[in-house]
Design a protein around this ligand. Structure first.
Ligand code: SAM
Length: 460
């Protein structure tokens, strides 16, 4: 592979004689030509710039000089279509994928601007020339004095992907921005203790399976924290079951509906807002029928929705100090789940008339404080099996606990249809215990619910 760099500071590129890029040139894997733009001038002052047309500060690099320099390099071209890479703050931000693509080309010519940049017609002219691919790129959203640093950055990033450059090609596959689409896990070496900081034990265990697992987890955690855009871009096929579990704990979920949600979604848990009453009512009207046992009459379901889940009902809930409504919301503001917890203002009991387990004692620790009621917790269909239910439930319990800090031992209870085993399993997983039964009316149809209860201040 060949790079040709054109600059008014050819000395800048002495750095390319060092390290891997230097060695690759010695071995003949890479060929790098450095050209002084001033060699293509014909005046005594070797002028490469002029004042900007239209006025203004600074100087602009002349198109005619650049044209001569680029043409002279193209004239020596072996015939394959070279890339003319032009660093500019206005270019496309250089990504690893661009570097992979460039590493497949046989020649990259880098045109390093200075001053206010290169006359725009240079890129325009060569873009019209089908023998050259023009690639205007930026290192990031900041302005350098010249394109030389950007040229070195591009050469290093592209060259290390050229076969034969990096001794162990495996070190490329695990790197940040590689096919895995994640940032690399943290790395360590001896000494094992540095100023009180130890190397994570798992890395010294000799258990390769565990080390691999730990690294994958760390890479996911780091990427979720620092680069949510990369998590959002992950393809479904790249994700293992364990990954999904870990990402769910970090607030990322994969919906079952892969057409509507092809990628992971970041879901935020927060108190619902008054202006969301209509959205909540629509969502509740959709999710309530799904949770009803088979055979329930549509008119019973409709009357329950009208009486309990209308927009005005949600307005009232949201204005009521004793009710806490939480939502799980996608980036796009869609509701994926909601909950409603009733919190008695004093050490009272919420919804005793519905069969609250007032005297139930959990783990031999009697209730001291209010008995809260988890009145509603509904999940949108696409999110079933995504791990959202568990995470949301945990968040709802933590939020309820935060509302009851002044009480030593509050409890929380709920009722769920006796046939709904999936819901019962989910509640059991976060520590709810079976406490009894109640009758629950949907319209004029009575249903048998089981009731469940747990201490609020226990670990989820
Ligand atoms: N007037 C230009 C502007 O505001 O976009 C900035 C010109 S800059 C001072 C001079 C040269 O530095 C550019 O022509 C380009 O070659 C290089 N340069 C500056 N910032 C860069 C960046 N973020 N990425 C790549 N090249 C950059």
């Amino acid at each position: 592979m060949r790079f040709d760099v054109i600059s008014i500071f050819p000395e800048f590129f002495a750095a390319l004689q060092l390290s891997l890029v230097g060695k690759a040139q010695e071995k003949g894997i890479l060929d790098i030509g450095i050209h002084n733009l001033r060699d293509f001038t014909s005046d005594i002052h070797r002028t490469v710039d002029d004042t900007p047309c239209g006025g203004g500060a600074g100087m602009v690099m002349k198109a005619d000089i650049w044209g001569k320099a680029i043409d002279s390099i193209l004239a020596e071209n072996s015939g394959l279509r070279p890339v003319l890479a032009i660093p500019t703050p206005g270019g496309k931000q250089l990504k690893q994928a661009d570097c992979h693509r460039l590493a497949k080309s046989s020649q990259v010519i880098v045109a390093c601007g200075r001053y206010e940049g290169i006359d725009a017609r240079v890129a325009q002219y060569y873009r019209q020339n089908s023998q050259v691919e023009v690639f205007e790129y930026s290192l990031g959203d900041y302005v350098l004095n010249g394109g030389e640093v950007a040229a070195v950055a591009l050469i290093e990033a592209v060259a290390r992907l050229v076969p034969g450059m990096v001794g162990n090609p495996e070190s490329l596959t695990e790197e940040s921005y590689s096919a895995a689409g994640l940032l690399e896990y943290p790395v360590y070496t001896r000494p094992l203790e540095f100023r009180g900081l130890a190397v994570p034990e798992v890395l010294l265990s000799g258990n390769h399976q565990k080390v691999r697992q730990w690294r994958r987890e760390q890479a996911l955690r780091k990427t979720a924290q620092l680069r949510p855009d990369l998590i959002r871009a992950l393809a479904r096929e790249q994700l293992e079951k364990d990954d999904l579990r870990q990402l769910a704990a970090a607030g990322w979920f994969l919906a079952a509906d892969s057409e509507k949600y092809p990628h992971l979604q970041q879901i935020e848990f927060r108190p619902a807002r008054l202006e969301e009453a209509k959205k909540l009512a629509d969502f509740a009207a959709q999710t309530f029928p799904d949770a009803c046992p088979p055979g329930m009459r549509p008119d019973s379901i409709a009357s329950f929705i009208a009486e309990n889940l209308s927009e005005s009902c949600f307005r009232a809930y949201l204005n009521d100090e004793t009710r806490r409504v939480l939502v799980a919301c996608t980036d796009a503001g869609e509701i994926a789940a909601y909950s409603l917890v009733i919190i008695p203002r004093a050490a009272g009991v919420a919804n005793i008339e519905e069969g609250a387990p007032v005297d139930f004692v959990v783990d031999g620790i009697p209730r001291e404080g209010p008995l809260l009621y988890l009145s509603k917790l509904y999940l949108g269909k696409p999110w079933r099996g995504s791990g959202l239910c568990q995470q949301f439930l945990k968040a709802v319990l933590a939020d309820a606990a935060a509302q009851c800090r002044e009480w030593p031992e509050p409890y929380i209870w709920l009722g769920t249809n006796q046939t709904n085993k999936r819901a019962q399993r989910a509640y059991k997983k976060v520590g709810f215990l079976l406490s009894g039964q109640r009758v629950f009316f949907v319209g004029d149809e009575s249903n048998k619910d089981i009731t469940m209860v747990r201490r609020l201040n226990m670990k989820n």
